[in-house]
Write a protein that binds this ligand. Structure first.
Ligand SMILES: [Zn+2]
Length: 324
């Protein structure tokens, strides 16, 4: 029997699972990343979670065929080098090769949004679709593309960065250096920021009463709660975010004409309201043929999305960096 390990490495936790070739989880573990202890400590921690999931399932580590790792930040999936991961404090970290040296097993690395796309394609809402666009709307906005049944990474591994497509050239400045990126107008942090601006100008009472009258504590969740309770200003903020998401998705539909758009992340999981609004706005902006041939559906894998994507990576290509 073949065994595979998936590792979902995030800024706050490491989520590791052992699975068979069909992606059935045999054992799993979650530990804090403790990134403040430095790079070496984090890769040793990853290695110890891998030993732990193998021990739990009584599988010798040497029986593992390949390890897939999902990491944040721009990275090179051919070399396994993480170029920049500000929430881990890493720069040009040779994660893949260091883990291979430590574990003596093939290791594959890709970014978390690409792997979420891969996971949903293989094990979630995208099963059976040959083309899929995955979009996660949470604190930020990320995405991944499956084209002709393969993950499309792009020439510089920057494909799928839907959050940094510009939807308003006069919009707010973005962390990437550009302006009016989708992420600055429709992410969870953007919705929270817009609510705080509204409150600062004397509005947003229906939102503010849901906190301890503390504008700093207003999050996207507060805004969604207020909208669900019938607050018109909160609903307007969500409609505005949905409109920008619709514009962003329509652009992708017109460019790629995929059959499926899978929407995940905290904002999309807030309830049926946002999905309905996004579908409507996408229809307003997309070419008729492109909208008619695409289904917009919620992601299915929830908190296991990154882990299942890392497993799909390991199972799909059981050869590692430098392995022949
Ligand atoms: Zn940007």
């Amino acid at each position: 029997m073949a065994y595979y390990v998936g590792v979902d490495l995030g800024g706050t936790k490491i989520y590791t699972g052992l699975a068979d070739a069909q992606g059935r989880i045999l054992s799993e573990i979650k530990v804090p990343t403790a990134a403040e202890n430095g790079y070496i400590a984090v890769i040793r921690r990853i290695a110890s979670t891998i030993e732990e999931v193998c021990n739990q399932a009584d599988v010798p580590v040497t029986e593992v065929s390949a390890i897939g790792v999902g990491a944040p930040g721009p990275l090179n999936s051919e070399t396994g080098v993480v170029h920049q991961a500000p929430n881990l404090g890493w720069e040009n970290a040779p994660l893949g090769s260091d883990l291979e040296k430590l574990l003596h097993l093939p290791v594959l690395v890709d970014n978390d949004a690409n792997l979420a796309a891969l996971g949903e394609h293989r094990f979630g809402a995208g099963r059976g679709a040959s083309d899929l666009v995955f979009i996660t709307v949470s604190t930020g906005i990320g995405g991944g593309l499956i084209l002709n049944n393969s993950l499309y990474r792009g020439a510089g591994f920057a494909a799928g960065e839907i959050g940094h497509t510009v939807v308003d050239p006069d919009g707010p400045p973005c962390s990437c250096g550009s302006r009016g990126c989708l992420e600055t107008l429709a992410s969870g942090s953007a919705i929270a920021r817009q609510a705080q601006t509204l409150i600062a100008s004397g509005g947003g009472r229906g939102i503010l009463v849901r906190t301890a009258e503390a504008p700093d504590e207003v999050t996207a969740v507060t805004v969604f709660d207020a909208a669900a309770g019938g607050d018109a200003e909160a609903l307007h903020l969500i409609q505005t975010a949905a409109r920008y998401l619709g514009i962003g998705i329509a652009n992708i539909l017109n460019l790629l004409n995929p059959s499926l758009v899978v929407l995940g992340g905290g904002v999309m999981e807030s309830g049926p309201l946002i999905l309905d609004l996004v579908r409507g706005e996408t229809r307003n902006y997309a070419l008729k043929e492109a909208y008619a041939s695409a289904r917009l559906v919620p992601a299915e894998l929830g908190e296991r999305m990154g882990l299942m994507g890392a497993l799909a990576l390991a199972i799909g290509k059981p050869t590692g960096i430098g392995a022949t």
